[in-house]
Design a protein around this ligand. Structure first.
Ligand code: 16G
Ligand code: MG
Length: 543
């Protein structure tokens, strides 16, 4: 019986008794040495999910932007989305079951979901460059084979590449060829087609400095270069040959620290971008002539892309509804610019790709980006079909060309999930088509100064939020306190939320000046520290 095999193999991936892990914003994530049993069990879960959905399911071993010593796992659903939220409960139960409970947890899932164990199952596996990832992905494979399912180990891939592969496989190749090479070919073809329509682009447009976070993104970008040929030239830094993964580099570091990564050479005015550790996020930046650093985060990217698409939509004159989806972290200026100047409807959801992605699916064209640089554009089936038809058949040159540009944009963007490489190519194509320098892009609107801080508390779950995490409902009195603090500053806003990936409470503040944003963030941190059970030293003011 299959359960015997499951238990037998499980003894080789035994759970440390008493260890409890939470399914975070995007799967499990913690110190690599605590994850072997989780990986094995996520292999089991992927098989069950595959049988249930009668589709291929993906498993990526990665801890994204976390330190190299950490690891984690993300499950990929049939269309390349993140695992359905209803199944996160099963993931948690499985990960935390003691050895003697494993059998009953597996049986319960099978029963509750009425899974036919005779169904075929297929799991695609990928991993990032962490030293622990290879062994951990072997544990996933052991889980998959314990349930006698078939699998393909794609080895080293970016997270979005595995999402792409799952989508291709489950659409019978309609989304693209089911290989990493297929991904390179599809994206580079669309990029070349789209860029072709740019006139007189100067040399400056051609070279881009890329910080690969010493991770998988660097490796894969290098592989892709042969397909892009001269269409884009990049100077790759932090390619993993010297430094440590995510250490003083990468998109998260740049966004949170608001400074360039180490290990990159940037001349004034040169375009630079950073990927995160699994290449599903990207941020851009540059230094001006005075040596001042400027960050173009997910909000700036969302604005650039949605403006570009909106202009094309006007030209093709199709009745398609576009919206932008953001989170509470979106800079107030970006929301304002989108709503007031661009007249694009904007929606706010909770942090985490799954929330933004689902909201974006409600529109013909849903652009979603988190300020941290994770995002993509979703085109509904209707939008896709109408655009492709116009691109083929339309008699008017202008309309047809605009439709072709939209079609290439659809093919270039990875619609399954945010993708640093794909987003980078979309941005590069738009900048060159519009003849924009990075400074001109940056000048579309001015960010409100902002600050993010973390506060350590004994139990971060004492903080409960509402209104897409913009307000707290617990502990009592905290929101009133924050409201009072916010009133002290102008153009100000602040919120706090428990992190889904780290054992901390996150604080965000924005205000008219950097000093005020810093002061407000500090005030709010103190409130959290005192009202939500802070541990260690009281937060110190920022210098
Ligand atoms: C994960 C999420 C990202 C989110 C971040 C928030 C995915 C694929 N990734 O990296 O979207 O912004 O967590 O982290 O969903 P936090 O909860 O620690 O602030
Ligand atoms: Mg990531």
């Amino acid at each position: 019986m299959y359960l015997e095999a499951v238990l037998k193999s499980s003894s080789r991936h035994a759970k440390p008794a008493g260890l409890i892990l939470q399914y975070g914003t995007a799967g499990f994530r913690t110190k690599a040495e605590d994850l072997d049993h989780v990986m094995y069990r996520m292999g089991l879960l992927a098989v069950l999910r595959s049988k249930k959905t009668q589709s291929a399911i993906g498993v990526v071993v990665t801890a994204s932007h976390n330190p190299e010593e950490d690891n984690g796992v993300k499950l990929v659903d049939p269309m390349g989305e993140m695992l359905a939220q209803a199944w996160e409960v099963y993931a948690t139960l499985l990960a935390n079951a003691e050895e003697h409970e494993l059998q009953s947890v597996v049986t319960d899932i099978i029963q509750q979901e009425s899974i036919n164990m005779q169904e075929e199952a297929f799991v695609a596996i990928g991993r990032d460059t962490r030293p622990s990832s290879e062994t951990l992905s072997q544990a996933v494979i052991d889980g998959v084979t314990a349930l006698e399912a078939t699998y393909h180990d794609h080895g080293l891939v970016t997270t979005p590449q595995l999402h792409y592969i799952i989508c291709c496989r489950n659409t019978g190749g309609r989304y693209g060829e089911t290989t990493v090479v297929g991904y390179y070919k599809k994206l580079s073809r669309a990029f070349k087609e789209l860029s072709k329509q740019a006139h007189g682009c100067s040399d400056d447009h051609k070279c881009l400095n890329v910080d690969g976070a010493n991770g998988i993104g660097a490796l894969k970008l290098r592989e892709m270069e042969q397909y892009l040929q001269s269409a884009l030239s990049v100077r790759l830094y932090n390619d993993g040959s010297k430094g440590k993964l995510n250490e003083v580099c990468g998109a998260d570091y740049v966004k949170v620290q608001q400074k360039p990564p180490e290990g990159i050479e940037m001349e004034a005015g040169e375009r630079c971008c950073s990927f995160d550790g699994d290449a599903d996020r990207i941020v851009y930046y540059y230094n001006d002539c005075a040596g001042r650093f400027h960050l173009l985060d997910g909000d700036k990217i969302a604005t650039l892309i949605s403006t570009f698409i909106k202009e094309l939509l006007v030209k093709v004159n199709l009745n398609l509804q576009m919206a932008v989806v953001q989170t509470a972290y979106a800079n107030g200026s970006s929301t304002r610019y989108l709503e007031e100047t661009m007249k694009v409807p904007v929606y706010c959801t909770k942090t985490g790709v799954k929330h933004l992605h689902h909201k974006a699916q409600e529109f013909d064209i849903g652009v979603y980006f988190e300020a941290n640089g994770h995002g993509t554009v979703l085109f509904s089936k209707t939008a896709d079909e109408q655009i492709r038809q116009l691109a083929r058949e339309e008699a008017s040159d202008e309309r047809r060309k605009a439709a072709q540009m939209l079609q290439n944009t659809i093919d270039l963007i990875n619609q399954t999930v945010g993708d640093a490489i794909s987003d980078m190519l979309v941005i590069e194509a738009i900048l060159s088509l519009k003849g924009l320098t990075v400074q001109q892009w940056d000048a579309i609107y001015t960010d409100l100064p902002n600050r993010q801080l973390k506060v350590k508390v004994a139990d971060r779950k004492v903080i409960e939020t509402t209104d897409a995490e913009r307000r707290t409902v617990k502990p009592p009195g905290l929101q009133e306190k924050i409201d009072g603090l916010v009133k002290k500053y102008s153009q100000s806003r602040a919120f706090v939320r428990p992190s889904g990936t780290e054992d901390v409470v996150r604080v965000y503040a924005e205000a008219d000046t950097q000093e005020n944003a810093d002061a407000l963030a500090h005030d709010v941190s103190l409130a959290v520290f005192h009202m939500a059970g802070g541990v260690g030293d009281e937060p110190k003011p920022l210098k």
